[in-house]
Design a protein around this ligand. Structure first.
Ligand code: PGA
Length: 256
């Protein structure tokens, strides 16, 4: 099954609107020759209008870092799905930092996925175990249960619009990246296996699954050479132009 690789740069709480626009204005020419890889930039909310305008007409997609699960209301500091319509194609849901600092539970992840789909936004569902769970042999079980919860009542026809990002918490921003063969086994076994149980093996094979956690140009080929890893969700290494370009270039090279 040929899946289009997808590399997404999650900028977290980095770059002002002006810095973000300046970055993508230069990124678009750097990435022009790698259009066989789907590229997504995920800036902070306030940078979205400028970034979207700057990337209009290019192949680079824009994503948001989160979305609220309700249509509207008294939710200070939150952003609703309809506010993102026209600004982004993707939205990250369930990133471990939102699970940890913003109390995003498995149940909320599922509600956010439904909400995003309702407004035509494509969820990038992030999941992964913490260090304690990894060391006690619970990683597969944790990923499976996060996955099942996220896909609760999600219809099969929504699957082509969803991306999964496996991000072991102990590997995020720590420089301690997960071994590529282990990641491939978990993606091909636990994650695709669970999706196959829920939706059938054809749908599971078609689904794109990224790895995230201390990905950088120096280890990109290792990950992208694995058959079940379809791209990466990258934090730190997506903040620099050359590094972002190299991540995409190396993905194309490894997947060619
Ligand atoms: P990192 O972050 O690449 O800086 O480890 C990954 C992520 O949180 O998506």
């Amino acid at each position: 099954m040929k899946r289009v690789p997808i590399v997404a740069g999650n900028w977290k709480m980095h770059k002002t609107p002006a810095e973000a626009v300046d970055f993508v204005s230069r990124l678009k020419s750097l990435l022009a020759e790698y259009s066989a890889v789907e590229c997504v930039v995920i800036p902070p909310y306030v940078a979205l209008p400028g970034v979207q305008a700057e990337l209009e007409g290019t192949a680079i997609k824009v994503g948001a870092q989160d979305v609220h699960h309700e249509d509207k209301g008294a939710f200070t500091g939150c952003v609703a799905a309809n506010m993102l319509v026209g600004l982004v194609e993707y939205v990250v849901i369930g990133h471990s930092e939102t699970r940890q600092y913003l109390n995003v539970t498995d149940e909320l992840v599922n509600k956010k996925v439904k909400q995003a789909l309702k407004f035509g936004l494509k969820p990038i569902i992030a999941l992964g175990e913490n260090l304690e769970q990894r060391e006690s042999g619970q990683a597969e079980k944790v990923c499976r249960s996060q996955l099942v919860a996220a896909f609760n009542e999600i219809p099969a026809d929504a699957l082509p619009n969803i991306v999964i990002a496996y991000e072991p918490i102990w590997a995020i921003g720590t420089g301690r990246n997960a071994e590529a063969g282990m990641v491939n086994d978990l993606l091909g076994g636990t994650i695709r296996g669970t999706l196959a149980e829920l939706y059938g093996s054809q749908a599971a094979q078609a689904m794109r699954i990224q790895y995230g956690g201390s990905v950088k140009p120096a280890n990109m080929v290792e990950y992208m050479s694995q058959p079940d890893i379809d791209g990466a969700l990258v934090g730190g290494a997506s903040l620099e132009l050359d590094s972002f370009k190299d991540l995409v270039r190396l993905t194309l090279q490894a997947k060619a």
